[in-house]
Design a protein around this ligand. Structure first.
Ligand code: PBG
Length: 334
């Protein structure tokens, strides 16, 4: 549309209409509401445990009893969904804790679905929290030293997804970025009778510095090397679209872009190219930045948080995973 050629109104008239608050809400092009938010929760073994994560004020590693309290508050605030990350009692080089039927996430899902049947429970499927070396897949000795082995990792990821489904998970969200994992997970879920269980694929996941605080939270920092062999180069967008197209072919139901704020253009292109339900993950670093600046009085926390979330919606995200979900839901109500 050629905006310059239109608008024959007298110039003395303000171009921006002075809407009343009511009219502004009625014509707003973008809306943000609690029902679009997903709260990430970290679950660890024990009882009455609430271990603060220093780089993420207000976020804790929770034992299952405390997890239920936290999830209850989320539900009361109007947040419909949580995504679970596990901190297992032991880590090893085969990530056994990830797919054990008695694993920490499997126990947590069972307890959550029992206590809060209407809460949508999404599980993050990855191996990094369960691997002693902190990588998202199996590590083999390659010609140039240790390297992540893509294909052998798929079996373990699919096993993990099935164990989450058996525990009662409502949505499976693979975040490892191994090639072919959506197909492997879909096949295993279907074979076990979970044909209707949706997959929210971390389709476009960048190798980002903004994951720093999460790695403290989930105790999953890689012990050697980095994740650039399986996560994407922040310089690339077309590559992200190819990744998303592959995930659709493999059976993804919802596409996720991560991080969010520094990748709004990618969210927009993923949504406009495929028209799929699209989610964005406002990651730990995005949360910590606002918290840190707000604690110094440099930013208005509420306004900055809601503006960032609204911008992610404006870019095209239908759903937002955010550590601010409960606070935002309360602010939106108030
Ligand atoms: C696991 C995973 C990561 C995040 C979610 N799932 C970290 C990573 O890739 O290192 C990051 C979330 C956040 O920073 O909030 N692979």
């Amino acid at each position: 549309m050629n905006f310059a050629a239109s608008a024959p109104f007298p110039l003395s008239r303000p171009r921006r209409l002075r809407y009343s608050a009511t009219l502004r809400l009625m014509v707003a092009e973008t809306s943000l509401s609690a029902r679009q938010l997903i709260l990430p929760l970290f679950v660890r073994p024990g009882k009455k445990e609430r271990r603060p994560i220093l780089s993420m004020p207000g976020v804790f590693q929770l034992s299952i009893d405390e997890l239920i309290k936290e999830a209850t508050q989320a539900v009361e605030a109007g947040v419909p969904a949580v995504i679970l990350f596990g901190i297992p009692p032991h880590k090893d080089i085969r990530a056994r804790g990830a797919y054990s039927p008695k694993g920490i996430v499997q126990q947590a899902v069972r307890a959550l679905k029992k206590a809060l049947p209407d809460l949508l429970v999404v599980t993050d499927v990855c191996l990094c929290e369960y691997m002693s070396h902190g990588h998202c897949g199996l590590v083999h000795e390659g010609p140039r030293g240790p390297a992540v082995a893509n294909d052998p990792s798929l079996t373990l990821l699919a096993k993990t997804a099935v164990s989450h489904a058996e525990a009662g998970a409502d949505v499976i969200a693979p975040s490892d970025m191994m090639d072919g994992r959506v197909a492997a997970i879909r096949r295993s879920l279907d074979a076990e009778g979970f044909q209707d269980l949706p997959i929210m694929s971390y389709a476009v996941k960048f190798a980002s510095a903004f994951y720093g605080p999460f790695r403290e939270a989930a105790e999953s920092a890689p012990q050697f090397g980095d994740r650039r062999s399986y996560q994407m180069d922040p310089a690339n967008t077309n590559e992200g679209l190819r990744e998303a197209a592959l995930d659709i072919q493999e059976g993804a139901d919802i596409l996720l872009v991560k991080p969010a704020l520094a990748y709004l253009d990618v969210i927009h292109r993923v949504k406009s190219t495929f028209g799929y339900p699209t989610a964005a993950y406002a990651v730990s670093g995005e949360f910590s930045m606002i918290k840190a600046a707000a604690s110094k009085g440099w930013l208005d926390e509420r306004a900055a948080t809601l503006e960032a979330l609204l911008s992610i919606r404006r870019a095209g995200a239908d759903l937002i995973i955010t550590y601010s979900a409960v606070e935002a839901a309360r602010w939106l109500k108030g």
